[in-house]
Design a protein around this ligand. Structure first.
Ligand SMILES: [Zn+2]
Length: 265
């Protein structure tokens, strides 16, 4: 008896632990950028167009390859049915996101090598314009082995494009959105699950919500037969058929047995 009770308590405790383990939320470190009034920053027009406005000196392609690779890395994030993506703007076309190598007059001090300025609607958090600035007077690298005094361009662009999409910094050490890089660091060109979770929190749920809100009034206004009306019609049709069958049966029975017909009516 005592053994049975002990086993029961053990099972209950184990189940309790299982429940506690499976329902504990993952410890994400990402943060969202917020507008002046606290709205979550997000891009509304997807794919988001990016333009290399001022090429980086010292790179044969001006850093465009690194920019396109960083854009592609974020574009691979898929949040259920909705995929987030960046696309390069056509030549001469204005884009909401600009990348500029700043050749002189760097305004952000010696500690900061890159800076992203995000202009947004203070009520909705919709991002209107983004300028990513890179201090061109530093040594930048595109190599797998970053020289001791250089910074990997793709790593930095991946981080700054995260800001362009509305993410703030993460406390997760392995996240791309973690702040701070020292020269000579190893390239960090792949996203951490924390970065992906941050993006999906911005671009999966709100977009789905919006779509639902739009489709409800449109469908109700346009459709000839709404769902409740269709159900009512079906019920009425069913009742009509049942009544017709009862009457028909009554007629058939009344022909053969008038007594039963009265009871059935
Ligand atoms: Zn940053």
């Amino acid at each position: 008896m005592i053994w049975a009770r002990a086993a029961f308590v053990f099972v209950r405790v184990s189940l309790g632990m299982l429940v506690a383990l499976s329902f504990s939320p993952p410890a994400w470190g990402y943060e969202h950028g917020r507008s002046e009034y606290g709205a979550r920053l997000h891009l509304t027009s997807l794919p988001a167009q990016v333009r290399l406005a001022t090429p980086m000196p010292g790179f044969s392609d001006g850093g465009r390859g690194a920019m396109l690779r960083a854009m592609a890395t974020w574009s691979r994030v898929s949040c259920g049915a909705i995929g987030f993506s960046f696309v390069e703007a056509n030549a001469g076309e204005d884009a909401p996101i600009e990348v500029r190598a700043v050749l002189s007059g760097w305004r952000h001090g010696r500690v900061i090598a890159a800076h992203t300025d995000v202009e947004s609607d203070k009520f909705t958090g919709e991002i209107r314009r983004v300028v990513i600035e890179l201090d061109a007077t530093r040594r930048w690298s595109d190599a797998e082995n970053v020289p001791a005094d250089a910074i990997d361009l793709e790593t930095v662009l991946l981080h700054e494009l995260g800001h362009a999409a509305g993410l703030a910094h993460s406390v997760q050490p392995s996240a791309v959105m973690r702040a701070g890089l020292v020269p000579g660091h190893a390239p960090r060109r792949a996203l951490d699950p924390d970065d992906v979770a941050g993006m999906c929190a911005s671009y999966a749920a709100p977009v789905l919500e919006k779509k639902d809100k739009r489709s409800v009034p449109t469908d109700a206004g346009r459709s000839f037969v709404s769902a409740p009306r269709a159900l009512a019609l079906l019920a009425a049709l069913g009742a009509g058929i049942a009544s017709w069958r009862r009457r028909r049966k009554a007629r058939v029975i009344s022909r053969s047995d008038p007594g039963s017909a009265r009871a059935d009516a």
